[in-house]
Design a protein around this ligand. Structure first.
Ligand code: AP5
Ligand code: MG
Length: 207
């Protein structure tokens, strides 16, 4: 299975991607996570990406497309993969079609009024786990590894607004792009909890 996971910031791409990857034995590739790992590692890519991410804008295509192209040459993708956060524009989608044959674009449609609270309430762990303050019962540490949870630098109201604008302008048109190719399936998440969304996602993937 070669899947694109599409959705606005805070739609639950990362939350669902972790579960999908585990259940279906495919690799989860998140361009956002790759950039954050580069920032942490102090690489040249990280230095470049940071200013764009902090502003809520897209990291330049030349860098992003090369990263994904290279990542898809690794041997671990042979059983399939899930692209989380790529492509994010028609240009990126066209570049992707030059080196990958995607089976499905899974679009997570979320109630827009929920996004700001979801993102600003997110707490993340360096091990990759992600939580929401409403379910942490006051805890500030990761239930999986015990490390202190932090707030993503781009999870503040002002940057979220820009990320949403960037999504509407550049990424939302991909819904029609993949629909026209007969590859789009939309899961209407509304205000469903992550388990309910995952159930709906599995119904699509099991077909
Ligand atoms: P990226 O890391 O991809 O961020 P994003 O698209 O803004 O999406 P998020 O990770 O914020 O949300 P998500 O949909 O994964 O939701 P999550 O599951 O975490 O990109 C960051 C930046 O990197 C971009 O702004 C850009 O600068 C750069 N970048 C990345 N890819 C790029 C590309 N291709 N080209 C150029 N630049 C690129 O959930 C969010 C919160 O909601 C969590 O707290 C979670 O616990 C909670 N939650 C999830 N599901 C539910 C639910 N069903 N009910 C209640 N709460 C829920
Ligand atoms: Mg994410």
């Amino acid at each position: 299975m070669k899947i694109i996971l599409l959705g606005a910031p805070g739609a639950g791409k990362g939350t669902q991607a972790t579960r999908i990857a585990q259940k279906y034995g495919i690799v989860h590739i998140s361009t956002g996570d790759i950039f954050r790992a580069n920032i942490k590692g102090g690489t040249e890519i990280g230095k470049l990406a940071k200013s764009y991410m902090d502003a809520g804008e897209l990291v330049p295509d030349s860098v992003t497309c090369e990263i994904v192209k290279d990542r898809l040459t690794w041997s671990d993708v042979k059983n399939g993969y899930l692209l989380d956060g790529f492509p994010r524009s028609q240009y990126q989608a066209e570049v992707l079609s030059g080196f990958a044959d995607i089976d499905l674009c899974l679009n997570l449609e979320v109630d827009p009024s929920l996004i700001m609270d979801r993102i600003c309430g997110r707490r993340v762990c360096s091990c990759g786990e992600s939580y929401h303050v409403s379910t942490l019962n006051g805890s500030t540490t990761c239930a999986k590894c015990g490390k202190e949870l932090t707030v993503r630098p781009d999870d503040n109201p002002q940057t979220v607004k820009t990320r949403l604008d960037t999504y509407e302008k550049n990424t939302a048109p991909l819904i029609d792009y993949y629909k026209a190719k007969g590859k789009l399936v939309t899961v209407v998440c509304g205000d469903k909890n992550p388990d309910e969304v995952f159930k709906a996602v599995c119904e699509v993937l099991d077909k």
